[in-house]
Every structure is written in structure tokens, then in C-alpha cells.
Design a protein around this ligand. Structure first.
Ligand code: SAH
Ligand code: SF4
Ligand code: F3S
Length: 463
């Protein structure tokens, strides 16, 4: 009780500081620009940051050049993200020299690493503040500090508590991300996420349902439930992910429920049944396999084997016959032999994923795999990645063919980048279909028939 009151006091204090920022800055100087890297967690966090800035009177700027506040929400899951970020921060030097009042902040997973946060502050004296993934709610304090000329680092947030009730400025008017768990306890041996996102915590079922209900009231019809491993939702509570799906399925106004990611080790028959039984739950699962070799999976600490993964896929397809699967794969994990890699290729061939995100293994400081002596040379990683992508391209095309003549409902999401008359929307199975139509259809559900399978996409027409 007391802890809760102290927590509330701290949040109220932030609200006061937000008002203070609002009163100090002229209206026309309140424009922000957020550049987001990494996964959906970061996309969702950026929506919270935007919501907080909005409370301080800020509006979105059309470009970095027109902004008074620029924030980079960073990712550190692989190496290239870091290099790109440092270059992008460096590029802001000139803008800051031209406008001393410009506020620059860096946040997100990479900043949760205290040494990197310090390095950024040292290397770029024009950066006003950095904060980690658990300090989002303290943005008003950071903004106020910046106005007073302070340079602050907030990376260590004790306890990693869940902070409910923060505002959000949603980026999509029809479809919304909803956090259900934060952090990760799995410690896959290659992965930095558990170190930068903390231990796994589940939001209360009632909080998730209340958020979904309020989204539905605002006209949102599709929600994507987010967690590093949604399948383990409710750990330590008396509910699980199957219960949550049932509860969200009962929210009026919601038509589609998506979720990601699923860890194979926690995919139970009970959960498969919940997917089959609840009509709003979409028939798509992102089920990262990472490797097709049991020996490598063991070294990755994934806690399933090639055989058990293949069995899961079989059970899942038996329970939900038209379910579409997508996956993540890493090539060149330490010790990966040609035979191990062949196992990955054959698994990919056997399963026939609708799509795969493929990565070269990237050593992350502080993770177990980074210490391994048998690192795979870069050239070999590159070669394997190409072979894997070539195979997946064939599998994607093959899989697309089954949609020829298919009729299904899509949620119309936007226009094709190169056209003002071609719309796109996703089928229940996450497959994207392009078809002719006009602006009035955005946000609606339409039945389309697939008339053509291009290499990577499906073309169709409205019924
Ligand atoms: N929690 C999610 C994934 C988070 S990271 C899950 O477990 O499914 C997204 C993907 O990045 C991972 O699935 C993995 O394929 C890849 N990845 C993570 N760490 C990596 C590393 N060190 N090198 C290369 N790829 C990595
Ligand atoms: Fe990383 Fe593994 Fe956790 Fe996914 S489940 S975030 S890959 S440690
Ligand atoms: Fe990157 Fe953090 Fe997501 S490290 S992949 S943004 S959880």
C-alpha cells in the first residue's frame, strides 16, 4: 500500500514538471521528432514518449530539421544498429550549433547499458540527456533539466516496476500495440534483451483488458499483444496467455487479435486450443526457430530441439489448419558447422514459413555466446545468410501460390508507396494483399480475391 502511494507521488511529481515545461516554452517552439530503431517494443515506447511530450504541449514535427526536440529511441540487438546510431547523432551537431535551444535526447535499449550511455554523453557534448527503457515516465524531469542547462543520465531504474497509466500517442488509427509483458527471463545465450529490458513482468489481465476496451472505444479494431515471449504471460500469477486471449476476445468492437513473439518452449496444447477457439485471434504465429540444429539450439539455450519444434508445428497445424507461420533465424552462431547449417536449411524447407527474418550472428558484449572461442568467420556467415535467403525466397513464392483464387477479409491499412490508387491490407494470416481502391476504404474491412501472386506480395481485387 505504502509502496503504491510513494509510486503515485512520484508520478504526480512528473505531472507537475510536465506542466512546468508547458508553461516555459512558447507554442511555436514545441515540435518534436522521434526516430525509432528496433522492434515493436520500441515502437510502442515511442508512442508513450510522444504521449508524454504531447502533455508538455508538444506536437509532431514533419522532419528533424523543423524540430525543437529530437529523440532517438535505440536498439542494440545487433551490431550495425549501434554504428548507424552513432553516425546519426553525429549528424545533428550542425543543427545544434545553429539552434542552441534544440533539445537532443537518446533513449531505448542501447542506453540501458550504462557504459554506452556514458560514452554517448562523452562523445557528443551537445546531447542533453540519455535515458534507459525503464525511465520513460521521467521524461518531464529530463526535459525540465535540459531547459535548466543540466545534462542528465537516467539508466538505472531500481526494481523495473511496471508503470501503468502513461499517456500514448498512437501511430496507427486502426491497429494498436498493447504491451502484455515487459522484459525477458529466457537468456538465450546470444541475446542482449534480458540485460537491457530486465526481468519478465506481466501486466495485470484487468489492465490489459481495460486498455483494449478503451482502444476499441476510440475506433481501433485490431490489437497486437506484445511481449518478448507472450506465451509465458502470467508467470507467477494465476492466469496464462490462453486466459488473456479469451478475455481480449470478449471485448466488443475488437475484430482481430494478433500477438508476438511466441517462444516454442512455452507453446502448450492449451494455448493452441485457445487460438483455435477464439474467433478474433488471427491465424498467424511468429514462432522464432533460430536454428534447425539441436546441438546449436542447445548452445543457444533455447530449450527445445529440432524434433520438438517440428512436432509443435505439426500439432499447431492440426489444431489450426490454416495457420501461417513466420520465424527468425540466426546463421553463424559460434560452432555452427556446415552440417548444422544444413539442418537449418532442411527445417526451413520442411516447415515452409510464410516469411523469415534472417540474421548473421552478432556477438553482444556481456552475453555468453560472445565469449565462445569458436566464432564463425564473417565471410562464412555472409555466405550462409545468402544461401538461407535464397531458399526462403523460393519457399515464400511457393507459399504465396496457394493464395491464388483465395477470398478473404483484409483490414485496409494504407496506400502502396508508389501509387495513389492501390491500397494494401492484411489477411487474417498476416499476408499482405494489394488491390485498387480509394481513400474512403482506409480502416475498413473488405473482402478481396487474390488474382495474382507476385514474388513477394499478393495482388487482388475487391469483391
Ligand atoms: N523475443 C523475441 C526476439 C527478440 S530479438 C523472440 O525471442 O522471439 C529478435 C530477433 O533478433 C531474435 O529472434 C533473433 O533471431 C535475433 N537476434 C537476437 N540476438 C541476436 C544476435 N546477437 N545476433 C543476431 N541475431 C540476433
Ligand atoms: Fe532474446 Fe531469447 Fe528473450 Fe527472445 S526469448 S528476447 S531471443 S533472450
Ligand atoms: Fe532492439 Fe530492444 Fe527490441 S534491443 S530488438 S529494441 S527489445
Amino acid at each position: 500500500m505504502l509502496a503504491k502511494r510513494i509510486e503515485q507521488n512520484r508520478i504526480d511529481l512528473q505531472e507537475g514538471m510536465a506542466q512546468e515545461v508547458l508553461s516555459r516554452i512558447e507554442g511555436e517552439n514545441r515540435r518534436y521528432f522521434i526516430e525509432t530503431y528496433g522492434c515493436q517494443m520500441n515502437v510502442r515506447d515511442s508512442e508513450t514518449i510522444a504521449g508524454l511530450l504531447q502533455r508538455m504541449g508538444y506536437l509532431p514535427a514533419p522532419s528533424k530539421e523543423e524540430a525543437n526536440v529530437i529523440l532517438f529511441n535505440t536498439c542494440c540487438v545487433r551490431d550495425h544498429a549501434e554504428k548507424r546510431l552513432l553516425a546519426n547523432i553525429g549528424a545533428l551537431k550542425e543543427q545544434k550549433e545553429g539552434d542552441g535551444s534544440l533539445i537532443i535526447g537518446i533513449c531505448g535499449c542501447m542506453m540501458q547499458q550504462a557504459d554506452v550511455a556514458k560514452k554517448v554523453m562523452r562523445r557528443f557534448p551537445f546531447v542533453n540527456f540519455v535515458f534507459g527503457t525503464n525511465a520513460l515516465w521521467r521524461l518531464p524531469e529530463l526535459m525540465l533539466g535540459a531547459l535548466g542547462g543540466e545534462r542528465l543520465i537516467l539508466t538505472e531504474e531500481e526494481g523495473f516496476a511496471i508503470c501503468e497509466g502513461l499517456p500514448a500517442r498512437r501511430s496507427n488509427p486502426f491497429s494498436a500495440f498493447v504491451n502484455i509483458t515487459f522484459g525477458c527471463d529466457n537468456f538465450c545465450s546470444y541475446c542482449i534483451v534480458p540485460y537491457v529490458r530486465g526481468r519478465e513482468r506481466s501486466r495485470a489481465l484487468s489492465e490489459v483488458v481495460a486498455e483494449v476496451r478503451s482502444l476499441a472505444e476510440q475506433g481501433i479494431t485490431e490489437v497486437t499483444l506484445l511481449g518478448q515471449n507472450v506465451n509465458s504471460y502470467g508467470k507467477g500469477k494465476d492466469v496464462d496467455f490462453a486466459d488473456l486471449l479469451r478475455a481480449v476476445n470478449g471485448v466488443d468492437g475488437i475484430r482481430r487479435i494478433r500477438y508476438m513473439s511466441s517462444h516454442p518452449k512455452d507453446l502448450t496444447p492449451r494455448l493452441m486450443a485457445a487460438i483455435a477457439e477464439n474467433d478474433k485471434v488471427c491465424h498467424h504465429m511468429h514462432l522464432p526457430v533460430q536454428s534447425g540444429s539441436t546441438a546449436i539450439l542447445e548452445r543457444m539455450n533455447r530449450r527445445y530441439s529440432r524434433e520438438s519444434y517440428l512436432n509443435l508445428v505439426q500439432d499447431l497445424r492440426r489444431t489450426v489448419p490454416d495457420i501461417e507461420l513466420t520465424t527468425d533465424v540466426i546463421v553463424g552462431f559460434p560452432g555452427e558447422t556446415e552440417a548444422d547449417f544444413q539442418d537449418t536449411l532442411s527445417l526451413m524447407d520442411q516447415v515452409g514459413f510464410a516469411a523469415a527474418f534472417t540474421f548473421k550472428y552478432s556477438p553482444r558484449k556481456g552475453t555468453r555466446a560472445a565469449e565462445a572461442a569458436d566464432q564463425v568467420p564473417e565471410a562464412l556467415k555472409k555466405e550462409r545468410l545468402k544461401r538461407l535467403n535464397d531458399l526462403q525466397a523460393v519457399k515464400t513464392t511457393e507459399n504465396n501460390k496457394k493464395y491464388l483464387g483465395h477470398r478473404g477479409e483484409v483490414l485496409v491499412e494504407g496506400f502502396d508507396r508508389r501509387s495513389e490508387t492501390i491500397l494494401f491490407g492484411k489477411l487474417d494470416t498476416f499476408k499482405m494483399v494489394y488491390f485498387p481502391g480509394d481513400e474512403g476504404l482506409l480502416g475498413t474491412y473488405q473482402t478481396v480475391s487474390v488474382t495474382e501472386c507476385a514474388r513477394n506480395s499478393l495482388l487482388g481485387r475487391m469483391e
